[in-house]
Design a protein around this ligand. Sequence first.
Ligand code: NAD
Length: 426
Amino acid sequence: MKLFEAALSHCHKAAELINLNDDYLAILSEPQNEIIVNFPVRMDDGVLKVFTGYRIQHNNILGPYKGGLRFHPAVDLDEVKALAAWMTFKSALVGIPFGGAKGGVTINPADYSSEEMRRIVRRFTHALSYNIGPDHDIPAPDVGTNSQTMDWIMDTYANTNAPSARQSVKGIVTGKSVECGGSKSREAATGQGVLYNLRHWCGQHGVALDTLSIGIQGMGNVGGHFARLAYDEGCKIIIAGDHHGTIKNLNGLPIPELLEWIKKHGSIEGFAEAGIANTENAKTELVEDEALFTTPMDVFVPAALENQITIERAKKMHCRLIIEAANGPTTPEADRYFNDQGVEIIPDILANSGGVIVSYFEWLQNRSAHYWSNDDIQEKLRDLLWSAYDEVLLSRNRLKCTNREAAYAVALERLREVYDRRGIFP
Ligand code: NAD
């Protein structure tokens, strides 16, 4: 099944549960705009390369299009369409005034120098031109992009599409560095939001957070920040993997040392061999990647890419809870299996919504030129997330369905209310 089809399958199930009118479902089943750009960039050695970039604008009935930019070799139209649709449902679920979009370039950033990346990002921004804007479509970081990417986009846009002195032009992207108008707490926001979800789940089930054993796939922005925050709360991260390998320590991985290593070396590779351990008698060992799916643990946190939890892997897993920090990590077949087995899932559109929530806060701060404190942001983030979580639980009880279906149902009900009032143009 294609990823966009899989993304829509959840939406269609929830639409049935709430008797969504067929017209609205038809609109939500296609992106509004599919923009593909091919743009040339000169490499350091003088060779010219043409890159393909995408920006998919799925829906904007609730506000400007909003969603990340992914730089990865597997980026294609189908993937970006699915990621854009998830953004529409995520923004609607958490009640922020944004629509859904996503973009990307089919590229492995590790293959290019920093100067080449700067030229690629600037040229891509220029190619998108008036298709993005602070009141129209607002990109953010995703896999393979970061605050440096966002700073370059903001600077390019400011110099080409608008009087660069205008304060609100900074809102063209979120996830910028704090120095360039980014929000405090944005970089860690997605991981922080995953932890707030976990805390709420613990409260609901009467489980102490610091008794949990956790496995994490993906130690980048989302997985890395989540690991640090969960470790600080006393959780044991017993296994962690990235695209270079997987390491395990049943006494708990030494997360501060591991994150320091990843920052320095770019991945987990070499960490186990370096012999860094947090207890005398339990060394961190290098294990095969499949151990992520066969090691018993309380909570599994996929924080890498989509379609990682296939039905074959699901059948080997032993955990109580899966928190989908990544977008679309569970295939629909595996999702049904977990449901039958009573394994609870906090679905992606809720679990990783901390990123877009703090992006919204960044956009508001850029518009007003008034910057908020960390405490303010954390309090507002927690409130929005926990109220969305509670609405999902209410909807689950009312509709007698899974967390995922309930999350989509809340999102679709919000979208339906606005379509009902505005009508379908003209
Ligand atoms: P990132 O590029 O910072 O990190 C990705 C991590 O996944 C890296 O550790 C990488 O090594 C690992 N990885 C990649 N392929 C893998 C594989 N096949 N097996 C194991 N590990 C693999 O990306 P990120 O921003 O942390 O995004 C991770 C996920 O979270 C994505 O699904 C993204 O869409 C989602 N997400 C990100 C944000 C955000 O704010 N960055 C917000 C919401 C959702």
